[in-house]
Design a binder for this molecule. Structure first.
Ligand SMILES: *Cc1c(COP(=O)(O)O)cnc(C)c1O
Length: 401
């Protein structure tokens, strides 16, 4: 039996080493504990497991394939680059994996409504999709400023039948949307489920979202072994909150030979405070959104302003398990800039005919930077977390195409 060092994480209080936990007021802690115990029971149930597996197969289109990017690898001249194609999932990204899990959990728990906030709208669309399918009302809070910017996602959410709450207070962006969604949740935590969009927030969310996403790594590990008779040498994924990265890393944590790389956005440069979102690279241990984790703070000790060309990556915190994996050195956290991201976005589009999400292009950028220095018999597996249709107009405008 291999030693499963990482399998029991987190502990019963939701800690990954010193990170995670439930840094929330007592009434909210009770609600989180209720979700944790319901989750523990429901995920053991055969009917839950079977329904989720069936939806992953017939609705999401799992397993997603692994594609050998031969032309890109040859052009770079070095290690072989392979892509785990989460961009081919229904709705075009990995987010549907945990949104389906959360929506199904809500139905099994007998919840009457699922609530969430959304920034650019990606989480909102994935959750509205899952709730439409599972048949449970969905309420998404979104800042008025974001509503005006993210037209296609707003339209999709309306079509999918979720209740969209426009938040007009303060700066009317993500932070205010979080506050507003939380207030609504606190009106009735017994009947509502708050659906967090990454491996962040109070326990049990970092664990639940990781578990729902871990299908990505389980598939990838088996697919790679079957195709190549060996494991990849490197596995890379972009890190915003960290869900797609935990999704692919989890299956490889105990494989000491596999170099795991989390790629954060260095935006316009890690030397420019407020113009990057490289939380693990530049931040320090702190707390945000009900969890202990690495945080980017400004001089006043408040969460810093952050920036990335990829709106799904601009978050001043990061999942607690990533914080722990950084400290123990199991995962190597690197960064890629806006400029490198754009270059990777165009390269993958022009050389392989795959338009990646700007988020995912950060992981591709790391692979493109690293492959030339490695021998041709080494293999890099990149989690291509999503497709770039949502980013096409922006990139074309930015590059004058
Ligand atoms: C939201 C998003 C991300 C970032 O979220 P993680 O929780 O870090 O995975 C990455 N890629 C895509 C395509 C996204 O939509």
């Amino acid at each position: 039996m291999p030693s499963t060092t990482f399998a029991p994480m987190p502990n019963a209080e939701g800690y990954f080493g010193p990170y995670g936990g439930q840094l929330v007021p007592p009434h909210l802690k009770q609600a989180m504990d209720d979700i944790a115990s319901a989750y523990a029971q429901i995920t053991q149930r055969e009917d839950f497991q079977q329904e989720l597996a069936q939806l992953f197969a017939d609705y999401v289109g799992r397993p997603s394939p692994i594609f050998h990017a031969r032309r890109l690898s040859a052009q770079l001249g070095g290690a072989q680059i392979h892509l785990k194609r989460e961009d081919l999932n229904h709705t075009g990204a990995h987010k549907i994996n945990h949104c389906l899990g959360e929506a199904l959990l809500a139905r099994f728990m007998g919840k009457k409504k699922v609530i969430a906030e959304t920034g650019a709208g990606q989480h909102g669309v994935a959750l509205a999709t899952a709730c439409a399918l599972v048949g449970i009302p969905c309420e998404i809070h979104m800042g008025q400023v974001d509503i005006e910017k993210e037209h296609p996602n707003v339209t999709k959410m309306r079509i999918l039948g979720c209740k969209l709450v426009a938040v007009t207070r303060g700066a009317a962006t993500l932070k205010e949307a979080v506050d507003s969604a939380f207030e609504e949740y606190l009106h009735n935590p017994t009947d509502y489920l708050y659906a967090i969009g990454s491996v962040v927030g109070p326990h049990p969310f970092p664990m639940m979202v990781r578990d729902f996403q871990s299908i990505v790594g389980r598939e990838a590990r088996a697919q790679f072994l079957e195709k190549h008779g060996r494991l990849p040498d490197h596995v890379a994924a972009c890190v915003g909150g960290g869900s797609n990265a935990m999704g692919i890393f989890t299956a490889f944590l105990d494989d000491a030979s596999v170099h795991l790389v989390g790629v954060e956005p260095s935006g316009e440069g890690t030397d420019k405070p407020g113009r990057h979102a490289a939380t693990l690279t530049m931040g320090k241990p702190g707390a945000i959104h009900g969890m202990a984790c690495y945080v980017l703070e400004n001089a006043d000790g408040e969460p810093a302003a952050v920036h990335s060309i990829a709106s799904g990556l601009d978050y001043p915190g990061v999942g607690p398990q990533h914080s722990y994996l950084k400290d123990i050195g199991r995962v190597d956290y690197q960064a890629a800039s806006d400029a490198e991201c754009l270059e990777a976005f165009m390269a993958l589009s022009r050389v392989e005919g795959i338009i990646p999400a700007l988020e995912s292009a950060h992981a591709v950028a790391w692979a493109m930077r690293t492959a030339p220095g490695l021998p041709a018999d080494q293999h890099i597996l990149v989690n291509l977390s999503g497709r770039g249709d949502k980013d096409a107009d922006f990139v074309a405008q930015r590059l004058g195409l």
